[in-house]
Design a protein around this ligand. Structure first.
Ligand code: HMG
Ligand code: MG
Length: 300
């Protein structure tokens, strides 16, 4: 019998990854209500928004106002994407608890996403990580396209490890490995984790799966077997990267909770409250979200 971990920590990325690709503008007051609902679900970290250029990600243009208006639950860490020092200045004004810096393991996705080569990105993120740590903030480093790049195809574990090495060297507390286009199958997860975990401790690695081809749950199971106990997910299965054409949403928090709780793994998160938060944002967006558990709950 596989020994499942006793506890798994989920980071709710719905307000950031979930909304960044949405055409429908969600008014700030609705985002505030939504984040407040999520704050009461038992989740320990919520990525509330992005301090990127609003010209590129208009859906999250109100990040500063959102940070100021949400009700803080002292048991929750509120983080956000921070691409550069300008973003960090705004993020600190919004009183975030953690900075999430981000870059890609593949050159072309990195350029399309953040307008720089990988080598040009390093010093920018290095400065953000140092300044964030100095301000007492925790830092997660996202590495995107860790399996496949929408422009270049296969990405090698060595490319991924090179970027992880640099981000850890700058002082990142942990790294989230992104299957940005949701293309990986479990054998790819195994191949990457074999190499990554030979180099970094498993409690420093978070997995971030998009569910484009319905493989995310299988990939989470595989990661659990490798001792990974931290995952990113979005309520209802919202999400997508505007610079990853065809990619679908994040794995749905609702579906991950059904899996983990079914396996007897504690998350501290109340499934009913996540369901309510998913219905809330589904109504605001006016479209059905992809989560299977949510569809089941709707049909009941
Ligand atoms: P840039 O154009 O290279 O920046 O943007 P720049 O320094 O040359 O400045 C150009 C203009 O942008 C200037 O304004 C700056 O003030 C402004 P102008 O003088 O022309 O009026 N600017 C900013 N404004 C507000 N906030 C800022 C900021 N920085 C510059 N922080 C930048 C570089 C990265 C900012 C830009 O390319 C950008 O915003 N990109 C969006 C990237 C993004 O949000 N992508 C989606 C998230 S990543 C993701 O989804 C993957 C992940 O989920 C993991 C996975 O799934 O794998 C994390
Ligand atoms: Mg993502």
């Amino acid at each position: 019998m596989v020994q499942w971990p006793k506890y798994v920590q989920l980071k709710e990325v719905g307000p950031r990854d979930g909304l960044q690709n949405e055409k429908t503008w969600i008014p700030t007051e609705d985002k505030v209500d939504w984040v407040n609902k999520l704050s009461e679900s038992g989740v320990k970290e919520i990525e509330i928004s992005s301090f990127v250029n609003p010209k590129w990600i208009p859906a999250l243009a109100d990040a500063r106002e959102l940070g100021r208006r949400i009700t803080r639950n002292p048991d929750v860490s509120y983080s956000a994407l921070v691409p550069n020092m300008k973003g960090l200045e705004y993020a600190l004004e919004a009183d975030i608890d953690g900075s999430s810096v981000f870059m890609s393991a593949s050159e072309t996705h990195n350029r399309n996403n953040i307008n720089k080569s990988i080598n040009e990105t390093y010093p920018v993120l290095g400065e953000v990580i140092h300044a964030s740590k100095k301000a007492g903030k925790r830092v997660t480093g996202y590495v995107s396209t860790v399996f496949d790049c929408p422009y270049e195809g296969k990405v090698s574990p060595e490319q991924v490890i090179r970027v992880c090495d640099q981000l850890f060297e700058y002082g990142a507390d942990n790294i989230s490995l992104g299957d940005t286009i949701g293309s990986a199958v479990p054998s790819q997860v195994e191949a990457l984790l074999e190499k990554v975990l030979a180099r970094f401790p498993e409690d420093k690695i978070i997995m971030h799966f998009h569910n484009t081809r319905g493989m995310a749950i299988a990939n989470i199971m595989t990661s659990l077997r490798y001792g990974i106990t931290r995952f990113d997910s979005a309520v209802g299965g919202l999400g997508g990267c505007p610079y990853a054409p065809g990619a679908a949403g994040n794995v749905a928090t609702n579906d991950v909770l059904y899996l983990l709780h079914g396996l007897g793994i504690n998350t501290g998160i109340n499934e009913r409250k996540i369901e309510e938060a998913a219905f809330f944002i589904q109504n605001k967006l006016g479209k059905e979200l992809p989560s299977k558990s949510l569809a089941y709950a709707s049909a009941k």
